[in-house]
Structure formats: C-alpha cells, structure tokens
Design a protein around this ligand. Structure first.
Ligand code: ACO
Length: 370
C-alpha cells in the first residue's frame, strides 16, 4: 500500500454533477462560460440538484420555496447576538449551521423528499445567517429578506437594509454561479465523507464549511484582500512579491491542484473586477491585481484561481473582507447539497486506508521504567 500525498490524481467517486476535463469546467455538462454568461444562480441551483435547467414554473417554485425558508429561528438570532463580536465569520457560520439542525424537526429524516427540503432550507438560510451576523456585530438589528426572486438581491438587502443596485445584484449573482460547484474539491469531499456514514445533511454542511474555511481552499479570497491591503499601492507590488517569493511563501489566489493552465472561472472574475472598478471610479485593487498576476505568472508560471479576482470584486461591491469566504459557502451550499443528495442515492461508507510509516515490534513499558 503506497499513499499519494494529498490524494493527487486519485479518482475517489463517480459523480454526474460537475466535471473538469482538459481544463474545462461544466455543471451537468454545460460549460461554466455559458452559465456565467446566461444563467442566474437559482437556475444553477436547480440544475445542480435536479440535473436539468428549470422551466419557468419550476424556477418560480424554487424561488418561492427559497423565500419561504429564508427566515432563521429566533433562538438562532439570540445565539448570534451572544457570539463574540470579533469572532471569525466562518467559525460563526459553521456553528450557526450546526445549530440549525437543533431547530429542524426533520433534521434526522433520511428520506429523499426530506433531504431535498433541507437542501432548500440550507440554501435559503445560510445567506440570512451571514447577513444577520454582519449586522448584529455592528450593533444593528437583522433584517428579514424582501422576497426578491434572487438570493443575491435578498442577501444584499439583508446586509445593508438598502434597495440593492441592479449592477451589484448581477455581479454577485454571477460570482455565485461561478462558485456553485467544483467537482471533488476539499470541502465537497469532506461533505461526502461525512454523509457517507449516513449522518444528517446538517452534519455534512457543517464539515464542508469547516473545510472551506482554510486558506488553501476558500479562505484564500479573504487572504488575497488582506495581501492587497497590506501592499496598499501599486508602487509596492514588486518589492512585496519579490520578498514573498524569495522567502518561498505562497501567494494566495494562485495555483490549483487540478488546473495547470489556468482556472476557467478567473477570467470572468477579472472582467467583473475591471468593470466594477471602472464603475466605482477606483481601479486601485484591479491594477494591483493585474501587476501581481503578471509577476506570479512570469516568475512561477502560476495562474490566478477563482479566489484571486473575487477579492477585488467583493470589495467593489462594498462587502467586508471577512464575509468573502462565507459568501463562497453561500454559493457552494448548492454544490455541497447536490453532492450530498448524490452520495445518499448511491451510498457506500468512505473508508480508505493509510500507509503505515510508524515503528513496529514495540512493547509496552511500565510507567516506572520509562
Ligand atoms: N504561490 C507560490 N508558490 C506556489 C503557489 C502559490 N500560490 N501554489 C503552489 N506553489 C508552488 C509550491 O510552493 C510548490 O513549489 P515547490 O515544488 O518548489 O515546493 C509547487 O508550486 C506545488 O505546490 P503544492 O502546494 O504542492 O500544490 P498543490 O497542488 O498541493 O496545491 C494549492 C494547490 C493548495 C491551491 C496551492 O496552489 C496553493 O496553496 N495556492 C494558494 C492558496 C489558494 O489560492 N487556494 C485556493 C485554491 S482554489 C479554491 O480552493 C477555491
């Protein structure tokens, strides 16, 4: 038995949800470029869960269901009010989602109908939790959704209390489409491993959120913005990046385990970052990002991944830095739940082996003799 570090190249399951073949990402066989161009996030959610694009009435029904389930329990709001105001926002989301199970009468029901209902509830409630916490920690009252037919619009409204700008809705919606699913990424794998024990969907999503939090995965988008803020000016980019590279430090938002010739999602986010920068009259973060990309691609041959330009996109939308990864979770909930439903459909416990590299032929030594 020989282990492959990081399971690189190991095919761990079959799945019909999304694929990466020759650098092309598809959801249910549709190229992400087409979906980014034409689809709304709700259409993508439906596509991931049910394997086809919705008809008008199916989409209306889904929008209604998402709106009907967007309210979170009062007890959870009280809990959010008790969390430390400076808590890590992904830790807050992970804890809050775990708590949701306590207030759902059907959390332990393993029927498919119930699991689909819980997927809808999670997809509807996660943005509410993020927006509610964003307000509570600023001493503001959480606001209920306005019932727009779009999760992006409702989220922006619940976060700010203001009528969302159509350009901002469109930009966030596209970002949600681009982050919705990504084959067997670390957090999706964690979700599948968790539910393959036949535990409940809330446990699967809690595992996934904890996994997404790390800076080698979803946490990279926040780390990119922290880096841009630290660099602060285009004049400092060269010295900063050279210093990082000579210390052999990783530059967040670059590289990918699967894509070696570039992440197909990055170009859409780059274009959005440019467009929003022009619109807001502030090209600082975009221009710095372009310069960093030129250096990293030139010196290391590494291309930006989905997280790199998300940072400047979310900043242009006025979203606080520590909500970037929770927003990734808001989008990826669609993919996680699709994978969980698929895992339940054709389940077998996921239990690989380890290559043992420890000592052998050891003996117990009594405590007096150690
Ligand atoms: N900056 C500098 N060097 C890098 C970077 C980077 N961002 N990424 C990889 N490298 C280098 C490594 O130092 C290593 O060099 P070495 O062989 O000289 O030691 C080589 O490239 C291979 O790197 P690994 O970490 O082994 O590559 P792996 O496939 O395991 O990692 C990963 C992929 C984790 C994404 C990596 O590229 C990375 O850490 N990037 C920064 C974090 C990031 O942006 N994560 C988000 C990924 S996308 C997502 O999850 C949504």
């Amino acid at each position: 038995m020989t282990a492959t570090k990081g399971l690189e190249g190991i095919v761990a399951t079959t799945s019909s949800i999304s694929s990466i073949v020759d650098g092309v990402l598809t959801y249910r066989g549709i190229d992400i470029d087409e979906l980014a161009e034409h689809a709304t996030f709700e259409e993508v959610v439906y596509l991931l869960w049910f394997g086809k694009l919705p008809t008008k009435s199916e989409l209306n029904q889904l929008q209604q269901d998402l709106n009907a389930h967007s309210i979170i329990p009062d007890a959870l709001i009280e809990q959010l009010q008790m969390y430390p105001k400076d808590a890590n926002s992904m830790a807050v989301l992970r804890t809050a989602v775990s708590s949701l199970a306590l207030y759902d009468q059907e959390s332990g029901d393993m029927s498919t109908e119930s699991n689909v209902r819980k997927a809808i509830k999670l997809q509807a409630q996660i943005p509410t939790i993020i927006a509610a916490y964003a307000r509570i920690r600023n001493g503001e009252k959480p606001i209920a959704s306005k019932g727009y037919p779009s999760l992006a619009a409702n989220f922006l409204y619940m976060m700010t209390g203001e009528e969302p700008d159509p350009v901002a809705i469109k930009a966030l919606d596209k970002a949600l489409v681009l982050h919705a699913d990504h084959e067997l990424n670390a957090s999706t794998f964690a979700a599948r491993v968790t539910v393959a024990t036949l535990t409940d969907i809330y446990s699967g999503i809690t595992s996934a959120i904890g996994t997404l939090k790390g800076p080698l995965h979803g946490g990279a988008n926040e780390a990119v913005m922290a880096m841009l803020e630290e660099i602060d000016s285009i004049d400092n980019v060269e010295a900063y990046i050279n210093n990082k590279l000579s210390n052999k430090e990783k530059i967040m938002g670059f590289g990918h385990r699967v894509y070696k010739n570039g992440d197909p999602r990055a170009k859409h986010l780059q274009a959005m970052s440019h467009e929003l920068g022009v619109m807001k009259g502030n090209m600082k973060w975009y221009d710095m990002s372009i310069k960093i990309e030129a250096m990293i691609t030139g010196e290391k041959g590494l291309k930006p991944n989905v997280d790199f330009y998300s940072a400047s996109v979310y900043t242009a939308l006025g979203i606080p830095r520590d909500l970037f990864t929770p927003i990734f979770a808001f989008s990826r909930t669609s993919g996680w739940t699709a994978h969980i439903l698929e895992q339940y459909e054709n389940n077998r416990l996921i239990r690989p082996r380890a290559e043992y590299t420890g000592l052998s032929n050891q003996h117990y030594i009594s405590i007096e003799d150690r």
